[in-house]
Design a protein. Sequence first.
Length: 301
Amino acid sequence: MRLAMIGLGRMGANMAQRLMKGGHELEVFDPDLAPRKALVEKGAKAADSLAMLVSAMPMPRVVWLMIPAGKITDSTLVELATVLAPGDTVVDGGNSNYRDTQRRAAEFAAKGIAFLDCGTSGGVWGLENGYSLMVGGDAEAVERLRPIFETLAPAKDKGWGHVGPSGAGHFTKMIHNGIEYGLMQAYAEGFSIMEHKKDLDLDLQQVAEIWQHGSVVRSWLLDLTAASLKANPSLSGIAPYVSDSGEGRWTVQEAIDLDVPAPVITLSLLQRLRSRDEQSFSDRLLAAMRQQFGGHAVKKG
């Protein structure tokens, strides 16, 4: 199958390579020339603009986006809407908010253009292992693109599926990432407790590797934890600053809107926010209050 891909960051470039290895023909575009040239060397064809990309494709066209959520996705889709035609299909494989996806799908449907949302998980390992794909949108359009999903997934019948109407793919990926926050936080806290138990002199890499086999807490995240500890046992050079992609926030907000308690995911998000506050005003104020009511000593900083 022939398709176009927009957005050649690391994940987009890896997905493009997996598609080409699976026999698909690829037209690619990215504002950055370097990743375009790199994929041309691997067999893709590149365009210098979105309009040129679309014009190079035979109808009906399939255009796959792997770009950051938000304004850049909106502006790209606005431009695409002017050059695509009825019968074409757009797939947003990024981490867009599912509400934005539902709005965009309705706008494209009015033009006779199918719009699918594909929640994509797999990170930098997807090229080798395949991607987990959660697809939302029209069932007929999903079936037309089945060869693409089967190529990107770990196997034709594993790791991907049509999960529901427009927005369902991005919604399930949002919840997936919220769960990921909680799992990561639990591992981090457990290993931190062990690291602080100095009198037992635990080898954390050894513990992680033991848990990888037979343990009820074994997982790919644990595999990555073991690899991290093997490469850098003391985690030297890594600042205690944890970013977030935004999907954890959306998950917490959705839980609030639905009156669903989600304390683990919520606290894991708050911990990430806490990691960025090097001069915490709230912690300093807590120390000041303790000094006021109890005369407790305050550590100068």
